[in-house]
Ligand binder design. Structure first.
Ligand code: HEM
Length: 148
């Protein structure tokens, strides 16, 4: 990401007036695009929406502090290995995320902003996917399965 793109991402997040409404819109778009993902999440999404928006803001705000950012993304990715998430889900999530951001009240969206967010999501999801693939596979009992 260029320093200008980091600034653009910062500005989008600062302009986001209603993070909860944005997160609700994101999950609506995600499940409309991929209904099969809904069972991976708890029945009530209220808590999840809050956590997702807060984590996104925290991670994106930390892009400037490179080491902390990488560690945070890697930890989050490793945890996602236990949620039934597969690497091919990241693209669907990225599309829903950018569409929700583009439509969020207060957010200015144009080609430059879109490119900056594509770069930011690519960075975040690459580190998450790398850590997720490295994490132990989870068996159908939900327990990590170690090679015997
Ligand atoms: C920018 C990328 C993402 C961010 C910031 C993010 C954020 C979060 C956060 C903060 C949690 C709460 C638990 C925790 O902190 O470990 C969570 C849980 C979860 N996420 Fe993500 N996530 C991302 C990508 C994805 C993707 C690609 C999927 C694929 C479907 C996904 C599916 C889930 C599921 C199923 C849970 C567990 C819900 C539960 O059982 O409570 N996430 N995510």
């Amino acid at each position: 990401m260029t320093p200008e793109q980091v600034d653009v991402v910062d500005r989008t997040l600062a302009a986001l007036r209603a993070p909860d409404a944005f997160a609700a819109d994101f999950y609506r778009r995600l499940f409309a695009a991929a209904p099969g993902l809904r069972p991976l999440f708890p029945p009530s999404l209220e808590e999840q929406q809050r956590k997702f928006a807060a984590m996104l803001v925290e991670i994106a705000a930390g892009i400037r502090e490179h080491d902390d950012f990488l560690e945070r993304c890697a930890d989050l990715g490793a945890r996602h290995a236990g949620y039934g998430v597969r690497v091919e889900h990241y693209e669907i999530v990225g599309d829903a995320l950018l569409a929700a951001l583009a439509g969020a009240p207060g957010v200015h969206w144009d080609d430059e902003v879109q490119e900056a967010w594509q770069a930011a999501y690519a960075l975040i999801s690459d580190v998450m996917m790398g850590a997720q693939s490295a994490a132990l596979p989870v068996s159908s009992t939900g327990q990590p399965s170690r090679p015997s």
